[in-house]
Design a binder for this molecule. Sequence first.
Ligand SMILES: *[C@@H]1O[C@H](CO)[C@@H](O)[C@H](O)[C@H]1NC(C)=O
Ligand SMILES: *[C@@H]1O[C@H](CO)[C@@H](O)[C@H](O)[C@H]1NC(C)=O
Ligand SMILES: *[C@@H]1O[C@H](CO)[C@@H](O)[C@H](O)[C@H]1NC(C)=O
Ligand SMILES: *[C@@H]1O[C@H](CO)[C@@H](O)[C@H](O)[C@H]1NC(C)=O
Ligand SMILES: *[C@@H]1O[C@H](CO)[C@@H](O)[C@H](O)[C@H]1NC(C)=O
Ligand SMILES: *[C@@H]1O[C@H](CO)[C@@H](O)[C@H](O)[C@H]1NC(C)=O
Ligand SMILES: *[C@@H]1O[C@H](CO)[C@@H](O)[C@H](O)[C@H]1NC(C)=O
Ligand SMILES: *[C@@H]1O[C@H](CO)[C@@H](O)[C@H](O)[C@H]1NC(C)=O
Ligand SMILES: *[C@@H]1O[C@H](CO)[C@@H](O)[C@H](O)[C@H]1NC(C)=O
Ligand SMILES: *[C@@H]1O[C@H](CO)[C@@H](O)[C@H](O)[C@H]1NC(C)=O
Length: 702
Amino acid sequence: MISQAIILLTVMFLLSTETNSAQIPNPTCPTTCGNLTVHFPFGTSPNCSLDDTFFITCDQSYDPPKPFLNPGTVEILDISLDDGQIRIASSIASDCYDDSGSEVNSTISELTLSKFTISSSRNKFAAVGCDTYALVEGSNEWNQMSAGCVSWCDNIQNVVNRTCSGIGCCQTSIPKGVKDFLVDIRSFRNHSRVRSFNPCGYAFVVEEEGFEFSSSDLRDLGNRKTVPVVLDWSVGNLTCEEGRRNFSSFACRANHSECSDSSSGVGYNCKCLEGFEGNPYLVGGCQDINECDKLVPCDGICTNLEGSYSCSCPNGFEGDGKKDGDGCHAKSHTTLFYIVSGFMVPAIGSSWIFWRRKQKKVVKLRQILFFRNGGKLLQVMQSRHKTLQVFTAEDMKMATNSYDETKILPRHRYLTYKGILFDGTNRIVTVAKYDELDDADIEAFISKIVAISQISHRNVVKLLGCCLETRVPLLVYEFVTVKTLHDHIHDDVLACSLSWDIRLNIAAQTAGALAYMHSTTTLPIIHGKLSCFSILLHHNYTVKLCDLALTSSDISPDECPSILPYLAPDYHLYDRPTAKGDVYSFGVILLELLKGKNAFTSEMTEQEIILARRFVSSNGGDNLVRILDHRLDTDGKIEQLTEVAKLAEKCLSDSYLDRPTMKEVVIALENAISRTSRSTTVCANSSQQTTTRRVVRRNVSL
Ligand SMILES: *[C@@H]1O[C@H](CO)[C@@H](O)[C@H](O)[C@H]1NC(C)=O
Ligand SMILES: *[C@@H]1O[C@H](CO)[C@@H](O)[C@H](O)[C@H]1NC(C)=O
Ligand SMILES: *[C@@H]1O[C@H](CO)[C@@H](O)[C@H](O)[C@H]1NC(C)=O
Ligand SMILES: *[C@@H]1O[C@H](CO)[C@@H](O)[C@H](O)[C@H]1NC(C)=O
Ligand SMILES: *[C@@H]1O[C@H](CO)[C@@H](O)[C@H](O)[C@H]1NC(C)=O
Ligand SMILES: *[C@@H]1O[C@H](CO)[C@@H](O)[C@H](O)[C@H]1NC(C)=O
Ligand SMILES: *[C@@H]1O[C@H](CO)[C@@H](O)[C@H](O)[C@H]1NC(C)=O
Ligand SMILES: *[C@@H]1O[C@H](CO)[C@@H](O)[C@H](O)[C@H]1NC(C)=O
Ligand SMILES: *[C@@H]1O[C@H](CO)[C@@H](O)[C@H](O)[C@H]1NC(C)=O
Ligand SMILES: *[C@@H]1O[C@H](CO)[C@@H](O)[C@H](O)[C@H]1NC(C)=O
């Protein structure tokens, strides 16, 4: 059983190697000759080409070497596999006369090919001269055929450049299937009347695009030794159907290739299917083209498929995504467009124009908004060093899935979306809609976002970029999490794992980030609205500061109730946020970490707030014990807690002069942390709570 299988495998292996080896050129075969890349079925040594007709002589006596078609007289300029065409250099026939009217310096033009034919679609026969008639005689295997034209003029002024219609230049097409030609050129009057400007007549077969007539050719075309001529080539003398029957000798070896009968009637050509590229004459020669890497006209999401690509629009968009098609539009927009064009058939044109105009208007509007929102300033500020990516309105629409409501993040301030950047990075981001900017705020706003984008600190959410083409600026941040310190403190389940050590660590990280921002050399970056809402808690309680105030009037009335308690009493005295303002806010956060609830509530009177601020650590620790979060296991921690409470008090001083700097806060917290002892994350059951609190009391009274 097994041996049978082995034999079968061996046979299959032999079969496959045999069929392949018949066609694969030896890997040692040279693939170039001078500047020319030689693709199979062509080859420059006898065993390297498909057969004799594809053998190319590489003449090493030239530098660089020159390739010639067998038998070595026809210079090859270029080989195209896809069109089954080859470009060669062909000579020009000339017929010159001296002053006595005798013929001098004449050259001939002829070509004889064994296998390939002269393309009748790509070439023409042309004659240049003012006293010239020329004939081209050719033959295919069976017939003789000829064509010719007459070119005449008596004055060089009558000659029109780029026009080859009988005045100074004439042309005609050449017959199909011709394998050789001979050009015959003559003069009516030995150029006697035109010799002053046209002593010679010229005639040649030339690639249609390879020659453009100009009046100067009448004098000096003779300087040009050769012109390009395109030949058709094909494999064998069978049709595709006949060729396929003998699979082992069928030349279209590559998967994803197709065969087409040669237009000259003999043989066939192979071609990679659309969407594939490479050499169809080699096994595995046709490779999928990754269209998405190229400039395909896809505005939407491009996906490479085997042999093609698909262009689609993100959710919430409609259209084919193609730039030259209907692109991607928000759904309602497209529907309207189709209804308009569908119901008013005669008006399709005008509705299209309307639509185009509207598109133009949209573009114009976006430009206006971009400049109004400080785009120019941003460009200037970033001209040297770019840290802030500038997104288009279209980028943002794609990223947010057209501002999909289901992607709105539960944040207390700006309308914020979770999105994906389709800029190749596929980064998950937070897109925040900022407020409409007052003219007076633009400069501060742009400077601040540029400054923030330069912050690279593990405890600050990275600002990646912005979009200014929309009515309100959009800010793009790295996406971290939606859970804020406020969420953690005010959720009983989450707060359970928020041990005192973790809280202290959160405070230390926050203070560290603020100290870093306050001490940036160029321009101190002030948070401006620090609160438990602007501290995101990532994995393992890593702090990520967010929501920095971007203008001096950044606090909106709707967030007042939640932000106000964090603002220093002297907040209103300054026209911009201050570092000591941040210190005060930090003090409120410390207090909140100790209390496990809002430091100050809106129900508290001003007097109560002042008391809550000032006398946390006084009264022999009793005040502290009274306010401490009962969920905390404070066993053996009271010294540390008292130290932190004192720090909070200092931060909460009325006068900014009495408040420490953020650097001093960092040092104080580090000292407190170094005094650490083991702490467990016990979430006290109601029965255990009392014991915990008793422990605290006992410690305090000691
Ligand atoms: C061949 O290559 C050389 C050097 O790369 C270049 O100077 C020359 O013009 C090329 N000749 C042709 C015919 O392309
Ligand atoms: C071509 O191949 C034949 C048989 O495989 C071999 O005998 C001959 O030497 C080869 N010729 C060249 C030029 O490599
Ligand atoms: C053209 O030149 C030939 C000799 O080269 C001469 O026999 C003939 O007469 C000339 N014809 C004219 C029209 O000058
Ligand atoms: C013929 O060739 C000679 C030398 O190459 C040259 O001087 C002369 O101008 C040429 N005559 C014509 C009519 O082109
Ligand atoms: C035709 O082209 C030649 C050379 O390119 C130029 O010298 C000549 O002035 C042009 N003639 C006209 C009428 O443009
Ligand atoms: C086709 O080509 C083969 C060899 O390449 C030759 O033997 C045969 O006679 C040709 N057939 C025709 C119809 O030309
Ligand atoms: C098929 O091709 C092989 C190899 O080229 C050749 O030896 C054989 O004669 C061909 N058979 C037919 C029926 O043409
Ligand atoms: C070509 O396609 C066949 C059938 O689809 C497959 O078995 C074979 O592996 C392919 N060969 C290559 C080189 O891709
Ligand atoms: C979590 O954070 C603590 C304190 O910063 C650190 O000791 C610990 O290694 C971290 N754990 C992980 C898994 O990162
Ligand atoms: C409270 O304690 C009991 C017994 O120790 C335990 O089963 C229960 O899960 C605890 N509850 C909470 C919320 O931790």
